[in-house]
Design a protein around this ligand. Structure first.
Ligand SMILES: [Zn+2]
Length: 229
């Protein structure tokens, strides 16, 4: 007897893309037919007036788990990863031809973490601690530790994602080296690892968001476009 092969999950279709947003507690989850795993709220389908003898299957109109920018960045990463390489191997063959994947990835991570902190501090929107620390590195370390007693990196490892935590720290370090002049800091191995980790990064972020950013009085929608004043 053979067992069915396990479905291979994809970073393009199984991370943030299929998630919905619970209007009750702000939790993010995948299957709308089950109660929200954070607050147990069961969402209902949209109500349509009956008419013309049509029987529709129940429909749900729900906000997603991320702003549109994230989906655009995921598409850009995918395009770059799946395109054929050109004959010349990068700039003089010394840097990764696809290093832009790592730049795009870090941009997406910063967008997600900006939403994370806004949602987590939603009941204290004037928080001096947050407002005077726009730098992501300091937020992930000091601001995070002041609020939850440990760094973002340790929190991520403790909920079951130590590899994601290590990978994100490597990307942060190499990306900083890149923008400060070391173009070779982002090599092909890091590009490949970044794509290979892309689904786990999304799932880890969702798990930590559900742990740290739900159940606030004020809910700052993670999906909404909010121009800065
Ligand atoms: Zn909920």
């Amino acid at each position: 007897m053979t067992t069915a092969p396990e479905a291979v999950l994809s970073p393009w279709t199984d991370g943030l893309v299929p998630m919905v947003h619970c209007r009750q507690c702000h939790g993010l989850y995948r299957d709308v037919h089950h109660p929200c795993p954070v607050c147990q709220h069961q969402m209902g389908p949209d109500v349509f007036p009956e008419g013309y003898g049509r029987v529709d299957v129940p429909r749900y109109t729900l906000e997603g788990a991320a702003p549109y920018t994230i989906f655009v960045l995921l598409d850009l990463i995918r395009n770059e990863f799946e395109r054929p390489l050109t004959a010349t191997k990068g700039m003089s063959g010394r840097v990764s031809q696809r290093l832009v994947i790592v730049i795009l990835f870090w941009t997406a991570f910063e967008v997600l973490m900006e939403r994370f902190f806004e949602a987590a501090f939603a009941d204290d929107p004037e928080s001096k601690e947050l407002r005077r620390t726009p730098n992501i590195g300091q937020r992930l370390d000091r601001v995070y530790r002041d609020r939850w007693g440990k760094t973002f990196w340790d929190d991520l490892a403790e909920i079951g994602y130590p590899e994601v935590s290590r990978h994100l720290q490597t990307v942060q370090h190499r990306r900083n080296a890149f923008i400060h002049g070391d173009a070779e800091a982002i090599d092909d191995a890091l590009v490949v690892l970044t794509v290979a980790s892309l689904l786990d990064v999304q799932l880890a972020w969702i798990a930590l968001f559900n742990k740290r950013c739900t159940g606030r009085q004020n809910k700052i929608p993670v999906w909404a476009f909010r121009p800065k004043p």
